[in-house]
Design a protein around this ligand. Structure first.
Ligand code: HEC
Length: 174
């Protein structure tokens, strides 16, 4: 009896927040890992982040052009998104209509026009490849522009091209 009383008294503490004797600690004492510590930074070998999609055509623009297909339809919503992404990342060099007259020119060398026959005949996949891999002076935009945004912006480039030089099918029938 004496012993039991001692235990009861011992476990009393002036503050409820800091009990002196903890009967079942549950998860009070977890091994804390600091976010900046090395242990927390290095992912296990061979893992990739959930949103990482490996790119299979790094050095093969022609195959990329043939194999990669635009998964999006050019709906109003997709085009609005494409316009937003284009004006955020591309206009500064390529200009609002893709003519190579962005505000950074001539501090940065003038890029070729996206209105050219060359880019008009590029497949969507081939343009996608330029966005992912960059091209000479143009850096890769893979880390800034997510995959679906790339496809949306390619649809928007087509809109720019057809606004300047419409296809027969874009024009009203006489
Ligand atoms: C820092 C300026 C800069 C930005 C930003 C930029 N580009 Fe470029 N882009 C260039 C230059 C310069 C070239 C020409 C590279 C070369 O000499 O082959 C080019 C080339 C291209 C080409 C190939 C043109 C051709 O005739 O070979 C495409 C397509 C293209 N860019 C699309 C884009 C898209 C889409 C974006 C936005 C995600 C973008 N670029 C952002 C500078 C830029």
């Amino acid at each position: 009896m004496k012993y039991l009383l001692a235990v009861v008294l011992l476990s009393c503490s002036p503050s409820k927040e800091k009990p002196r004797v903890i009967y079942m600690p549950d998860m009070v004492y977890t091994p804390a890992v600091k976010a900046q510590s090395e242990q927390a930074q290095v992912p296990p070998e061979g893992t990739v982040s959930q949103d990482y999609a490996p790119y299979a055509y790094s050095n093969d623009p022609d195959t990329a052009g043939k194999m990669l297909k635009n998964p999006l339809q050019p709906t109003a919503e997709v085009l609005a998104r494409g316009q937003h992404v284009f004006s955020t990342y591309c206009t500064v060099c390529h200009g609002p209509k893709g003519e190579g007259d962005g505000t950074i020119v001539p501090k940065f060398p003038r890029p070729p026009s996206l209105q050219s026959d060359k880019i008009r005949t590029y497949t969507d996949g081939r343009i996608y490849h330029v966005i992912v891999s960059g091209q000479n002076l143009m850096p890769s935009y893979a880390s800034q522009v997510a995959p679906l945004d790339r496809w949306a912006l390619i649809h928007y480039i087509r809109v720019l091209q057809r606004a300047e030089r419409p296809l027969k099918t874009d024009l009203p029938k006489e």
